[in-house]
Write a protein that binds this ligand. Structure first.
Ligand SMILES: *Cc1c(COP(=O)(O)O)cnc(C)c1O
Length: 233
């Protein structure tokens, strides 16, 4: 193992832990209410292994091919895999093979496809409805008006379990304001589905704002592993 890299990641993890603990304290929430998901996209399986050695149990990825390879290489580790990227239906079979939760469920066809493949694989996949907190459909996410309906569909579909909601803060708006709308939607979903307790919000730049608005899961990449090299999709 690369000791220098391990020390670097350990330092990043300690810093992120400090920020989460501080945000919880400021919000008057117990630290255990917030789960850290390490988003490892563009970083190698060796980094996932280092994170696991440091006690991280939740890993997030956003592209199927890369995630599939990494999950396979790390199959011996006790990890929960979160798929957080936009998902095409033709990738669903592959994603269902390794992901425990899909955070980016934003349309009916995707619910049906995940359910079908999960039943086929004899798995149960946690699904979060991704909410578009702005009006830019290009970035993924269901419109707020469609969220309750989609949640009901997930809850009624075999092979999937409704976990809750996910969002990315919109560009050009104070993230706390957007996360407050997400929390209100999450409470509306929970009124009908009390088990749908997950609010996946907050990344390296805005995790404190998300924790202040009730996030239960923060998805952190850069602050743990460093700045990603730009890549072409
Ligand atoms: C990359 C990514 C993250 C992590 O972002 P950072 O700013 O690097 O912490 C979180 N959520 C999603 C959906 C991502 O694609």
């Amino acid at each position: 193992m690369d000791i220098a890299r391990k020390n670097q990641i350990a330092a990043g993890l300690a810093e992120v832990e400090k920020r989460i603990a501080e945000a919880c304290r400021a919000a008057g929430r117990p630290r255990e209410e917030v789960t850290l998901i390490a988003v490892t996209k563009t970083y190698p399986a060796e980094d996932v292994r280092i994170l696991a050695g440091l006690g991280v149990t939740e890993v997030g990825e956003n592209r199927d091919q890369e995630a599939a390879d990494k999950a396979h290489a790390c199959a011996d580790l006790p990890l929960t895999w979160h798929f957080v990227g936009q998902l095409q239906t033709n990738k669903v079979r592959s994603v269902v093979g390794y992901a425990d939760l899909v955070h980016s469920v934003d349309r009916s066809r995707l619910v049906a496809a995940i359910g079908r493949e999960a039943v086929r694989a004899e798995r149960e996949i946690g699904c979060l409805v991704q909410v578009a907190l702005d009006d830019d459909p290009g970035r993924g996410g269901a419109r707020p008006a469609d969220v309750l309906g989609l949640a009901d569909e997930i809850a009624a579909t075999e092979g999937v379990r409704l976990g809750g909601l996910m969002a990315v803060a919109p560009l050009g708006e104070e993230p706390g304001k957007a996360f407050a709308r997400l929390r209100d939607l999450a409470l509306a979903v929970q009124a009908g589905h009390p088990g749908a307790t997950i609010i996946s919000a907050g990344m390296s730049g805005d995790l404190a704002e998300a924790v202040a608005r009730g996030a239960t899961h923060v998805r952190v990449g850069t602050a743990l592993l460093g700045r990603r090299k730009p890549f072409v999709r």
